[in-house]
Design a protein around this ligand. Structure first.
Ligand code: SF4
Length: 231
């Protein structure tokens, strides 16, 4: 038994950055939050703002070291993100430990790997990649059904995010939301790519269509427009 606990504490994760900031996305936007950004991604989205997670060096940290960092932020909201965090098997042990310490855990995923492996207590924020993202058609089969099922079991436990580059993406996302009645079961977020789609245009399209989705602007980029990391 003691040996098993020691093994978990020494499990390794490839970490791109670890920091405390304001949550800028999801329905948790505005709350103080610790971010555990895991290194590596299996996609290459055209607008990616986290290329450093797969193009630059990362740290390898033990579970113990990560949890020691978390000790400085008892009870704080924590987000595990990337890159693509589900690429690292040890993420599930990390989640287990964070939940045991009483944290509310968000996990952001690009949707390309099955989400039904994630503990039910986690709030999953799942991207659905659009046609003009450069990573279209990468959604793992079954993930929409899993997202709905998570919300049936624990309401609000899987949010769906569309990052939109323009009108073409908007129409595609709108039609998918309507076809799947996604917004009836999952909090659904529409987010414009900065410099490609203006928040004003996106807002007007949502209003024209009376589409019940949440317009999401990246709050952290509004607070710290001069920073690109650690926010
Ligand atoms: S999934 Fe996220 S981290 Fe990976 S390439 Fe796309 S935007 Fe970047």
């Amino acid at each position: 038994m003691v040996k098993a606990v020691m093994d978990i504490s020494q499990r390794l994760l490839n970490i791109s950055e670890l920091f405390y900031s304001i949550q800028g996305e999801s329905t948790y936007a505005g709350l103080p939050c610790v971010f555990i950004r895991l290194a590596g991604c299996n996609l290459r989205c055209r607008y990616c703002d986290a290329r450093y997670t797969y193009e630059e060096a990362h740290a390898t940290m033990t579970m113990d070291a990560i949890l020691s960092f978390m000790d400085g932020y008892p009870g704080t909201l924590v987000e595990i993100t990337g890159g693509e965090p589900l690429l690292q098997e040890s993420v599930h042990s990390l989640i287990e430990q964070l939940l045991a310490k009483g944290h509310t855990v968000l996990l952001e995923t690009n949707g390309s790997l099955p989400i039904n492996t994630i503990a039910p207590e986690v709030i999953v924020v799942m991207d659905i990649k659009t046609p003009d993202s450069g990573s279209a058609e990468t959604l793992a089969s079954g993930n929409i059904a899993s997202a709905k099922e998570r919300n049936r079991t624990i309401p609000g436990s899987c949010e769906i995010k569309f990052v939109l580059t323009g009108r073409n993406d908007y129409i595609w996302a709108r039609d998918l939301v309507n076809r799947e009645a996604l917004n009836m079961s999952c909090p659904t977020l529409f987010s414009p790519v900065k410099g490609e789609l203006s928040p004003e245009d996106l807002a007007s399209w949502i209003l024209q269509d009376q589409l019940s989705v949440r317009l999401q602007l990246q709050l952290h980029t509004l607070i710290w427009p001069h920073l690109s990391r650690g926010i």
